[in-house]
Design a protein around this ligand. Structure first.
Ligand code: SIN
Length: 345
């Protein structure tokens, strides 16, 4: 082989090696590049309450903080008031990737975890502070993860507060509820609770409750002051009892696969934002419980009854035996952890 031929062959090999290296580098860059690196990520948040409720305000704050801290990279679109989905269909949509955030009541997750039924046990939580104490405890955090194997990631608990009971007749003693049809969320504990009262529980989507009350399809309902006020249930219920017999707590949830696929820095920033909003939702909820109760009382459209200690004890005596049906399902250790929180609050 002449000197020239050798040089040409050597140059060809060098060019080929450089070309291969360039191709490999370009391919690696293209492979690790996710759409989210150059396209704004849109997070659709669907929920069922109005924008004036603790959850509604929490969603707006979340959106605003994302606009501030992840501008151009992430945008949150909020669909409140069952505009897109009710809670049941929202969870299906979340799993299909059609929406990315939802915050249904824990009572609505029975298809995904049996343990969250804990939160529906009547008279389990003494007050919202005890509820917060539990959700912030190790046991509470463990419970939030029990939906993971269903493809759902719990991002945090959002507080609403204590539930009150209403009907078109005064509900002073538990016997007053007997024979009445009450709307409930889709929870077997809530079903058992109303059966203990010898009443007829009817599972129904939140968006349908007002009409069902107005047309006497149902006789009564249970909910928090913010929902009773914002959905105008008080306008179609002659009597409301300050029963504080149960709690309404939400799980802010996302699709696990979607969440895990987010770029790390974005996911970490979103987690920080969510922690900040979660604390603020507690404030919104405590404020709403007072203000909305007062507004309902002031409206004069429903008579608000406060129970004496003895009257309240009668409700406890009738409803609390429901616990024994569910204590294995929800975990006696979890009940004990809530009781510890009750003792501290
Ligand atoms: C909600 O607060 O999200 C609605 C709860 C309900 O269905 O009563």
């Amino acid at each position: 082989m002449s000197k020239n031929t050798k040089l040409i062959a050597f140059t060809a090999v060098v060019i080929a090696v450089v070309a291969v290296v360039v191709v490999v580098v370009v391919m690696t860059v293209m492979k690790t590049k996710t759409p989210s690196d150059d396209k704004e990520i849109v997070i659709k948040f669907s929920h069922v309450t109005t924008e004036t409720t603790p959850k509604g305000k929490g969603a707006i704050l979340l959106k605003n903080l994302v606009d501030e801290r992840l501008a151009g990279r992430v945008r949150v679109e909020i669909y409140p008031n069952s505009q897109l989905y009710n809670d049941k269909t929202a969870l299906k949509a979340l799993l299909l990737g059609d929406i990315h955030l939802a915050a249904p009541s824990l009572s609505k997750f029975s298809k995904y975890t049996k343990q969250w039924a804990l939160f529906d046990l009547p008279f389990l939580f003494k007050n919202p502070q005890a509820l917060n104490c539990f959700t912030n405890s190790d046991k509470g955090r463990e419970l939030l993860n029990t939906v993971q194997n269903k493809g759902i990631k719990g991002l945090g608990y959002w507080l609403n507060g204590m539930k009150q009971i209403s009907a078109n007749r005064p509900l002073i003693s538990p016997e007053d509820a007997a024979g009445l049809k009450f709307r409930i969320m889709s929870s077997d504990v809530l079903k058992a609770q109303f059966e203990a009262l010898k009443a007829n529980p009817q599972k129904m989507a939140f968006a349908e409750v007002y009409n069902a009350l107005a047309t006497n399809v149902i006789d009564g309902q249970e909910n928090t002051w913010s929902n009773i006020r914002s959905k105008k249930f008080f306008e179609v219920q002659k009597h409301t009892t300050v029963s504080n017999h149960g709690v309404l707590e939400y799980a802010l949830v996302t699709n696990k696969e979607f969440w895990d696929a987010l770029p790390n820095d974005i996911r970490l920033e979103l987690e920080k934002i969510i922690a900040q909003v979660t604390d603020k939702v507690v404030e919104f909820a405590l404020e709403a419980a007072e203000k909305d109760q007062q507004a309902v009382v002031n409206s004069g459209k429903t008579k608000v009854h406060t129970l004496t200690h003895l009257q309240k004890q009668q409700w406890i005596d009738v409803m609390k035996p429901v616990w024994s049906q569910f204590e294995n399902q929800v975990g006696k250790d979890n009940i004990a952890a809530v009781q510890q929180c009750n003792a501290q609050n």
